[in-house]
Every structure is written in C-alpha cells, then in structure tokens.
Write a protein that binds this ligand. Structure first.
Ligand code: GDP
Length: 278
C-alpha cells in the first residue's frame, strides 16, 4: 500500500461518516506492537464515543507483556482485551463487552431523547491486524474482504452478532504511523507494512538483533545460533542451517531474510512482543 495525504484524508472522512452510525468503536491493534500499530488519529475523531481496544494475535505475543499492556490501557481508562481470533472464549468476551459498552452509550443519549435501538459497532485498525478475520468470526460466516486501501467502497451492511449488537460489515482501515524508523521496523516485522517501504533484509536484521537482546534462547533453539557479533556471519550461519543456498553454494541473503520473518510471524521464534508500555 502507498499512503498519501489524499488517501489519509479520504480514510479519515470515511471513518468519520461511519462513526456517526455507531455507539462503539472496536479498535484493533497488534498485541506484538500495540503502540506502533495504533493510529493516533482515531482517538481524535472518536471523541466521546465508547471504545474497546482489542490486542489481536495474542497467541503470537509474549503473555507477560500482553498483561502489562492491558494494565496500561486500563490505567488510562480504556477497556482492552487480549484476543486470539480462534479462541471461542475470547470472541464471547468481545461480544459481551461491546454490547455492554453500547448500552452504556445509549443510556447516556436516552436522557437526551434519543430512541433506543440495537447497539451498533464498527471495527477499525491498520492493515493486516485481523479485521476481516474477526468480522467473519463475529458474523459466523464469510464476508468478502475489501481492499487494504481507503476509497474501496461497497454497499455497507449490518451484521447481527449473536442476537445482540449490529456490526458494520466494512472495517475502517487506518494508516500506519510512519514518523519514526523504529516504528516502521516493528510494523514491517509484524507484517503491517509491505517491504517496498523497508527492505526485507533490514527487517530480518532488526528481528535478529531484538531476539539476541531479549530472548537469545529462541535463536539457539531454532537456528543453533549461540553468538551474534556480526549480521553478515549470522545470516550465513542461518542460511546454512536452513539451507538457503544458491546453486553455487553461496548463501542467498534474501531467502534467509524471508525465512527469519516467516519464522517470526508464525511464532516459530517464540511468542515475541516488540515493545512494552512507557
Ligand atoms: P485485515 O487486513 O486487518 O483485514 O487482516 P486479516 O483479517 O486479513 O488478517 C491478517 C492475517 O492475520 C491473516 O493471515 C489472519 O489469519 C491472521 N490473524 C488474524 N487474527 C489472528 C490471531 O488472533 N492470531 C493469529 N495467529 N493470526 C491471526
């Protein structure tokens, strides 16, 4: 995806329009990088609507750090839940919490003479955070995925979730933060932004450095890597270990980088969270 000011303005307008229709905003962030994957603009435009933050892909994240993040959000008076989209209890919890938040919001407005109706909610988040998958789980059926860019409009519909609230079938797509290089690295590592923006080898090198500092056992277990003084040597070592060689026998660095990122993203390097609350 390429994000330009025009795209961002359009995405913002679309979400603002949809916000008018709902009581609750379900904001999805990635549990492996809850800060980097959160879009600051959303809070600005949500204003006094109810919000629930879901830390998605908790099955891939460090459970101790996930707890710290939940505490952090709660301390800032934000309701937050850690979610694995295939876990039925997690899904049930979302339904209960969103419904209660919606009813709370409606109660506030009833005093102002607004009529009661079913609670309505929408899902928003950066690309690849799990929006479509979650909508399908909540709907209990397959809803077509829309493109990862704003401006792809289709007729919106409300999905009835377990006889409780109504969910907009089209998620709000938020753009990632680009300001800081470190944030870009984290987003590339978890797969939010594509490689055109950050070279694959740089992202893989970032993952290796991070693991060597925070969880070196994982590198030993997966690649028999016990020392890491030089990125070049480390790539060669992993390339030989994983068989990422060219026909001449030299190590293919791009392939090594792909292996590392694939291992990281599928949890084969352990449950890794890239940041903790400040
Ligand atoms: P979207 O771009 O936000 O709509 O993201 P998708 O719903 O397409 O999900 C992106 C990828 O994340 C897919 O490969 C999903 O299978 C995967 N995914 C979604 N939720 C979870 C989760 O809780 N755990 C894991 N491990 N993967 C998930």
């Amino acid at each position: 995806i390429q994000w330009f000011p025009g795209h961002m303005a359009k995405a913002r307008r679309e979400i603002e329009e949809n916000l008018k229709l709902v009581d609750v905003v379900i904001e999805l962030v990635d549990a492996r990088a809850p800060h980097a994957s959160q879009n600051p603009m959303l809070q600005e435009i949500i204003q006094n609507k109810q919000k629930v933050v879901l830390l998605m892909k908790q099955d891939l994240a460090d459970p101790v750090k996930t707890k710290k993040w939940i505490t952090y959000f709660n301390e800032n008076e934000i309701t937050a839940l850690a979610i694995h989209v295939n876990n039925k209890n997690d899904i049930a919890k979302i339904i209960e919490v969103v419904n209660n938040k919606g009813l709370e919001q409606q109660k506030r407005l009833l005093n102002k003479g607004v009529q009661q109706r079913a609670v309505r909610a929408l899902i928003a988040g950066v690309p690849n955070v799990g929006k479509s998958t979650l909508i399908n789980r909540l709907a209990n059926k397959k809803i077509a995925k829309i493109g990862d860019r704003p401006g792809v409009t289709k007729k919106q519909q409300w999905i009835k979730v377990r006889q409780k609230f109504e969910l907009l079938d089209t998620p709000g797509i938020l753009w990632p933060k680009f300001e800081e290089q470190l944030i870009g690295m984290k987003l590339a590592a978890i797969g939010t932004i594509k490689y055109e923006l950050v070279p694959t080898q740089d992202v893989a090198a970032f993952v290796i450095d991070f693991l060597f500092e925070h969880d070196p056992n994982q590198l030993e277990k997966r690649y028999r890597l016990t020392e890491h003084d030089d990125m070049w040597d480390t790539f060669v070592h992993i390339g030989k270990h994983r068989g990422a060689l060219e026909s001449g026998g030299q190590v293919n660095f791009d392939k090594v980088a792909e292996f590392i990122l694939q291992d990281f993203r599928t949890g084969k390097l352990g449950r890794i969270t890239l940041e903790v609350p400040e």
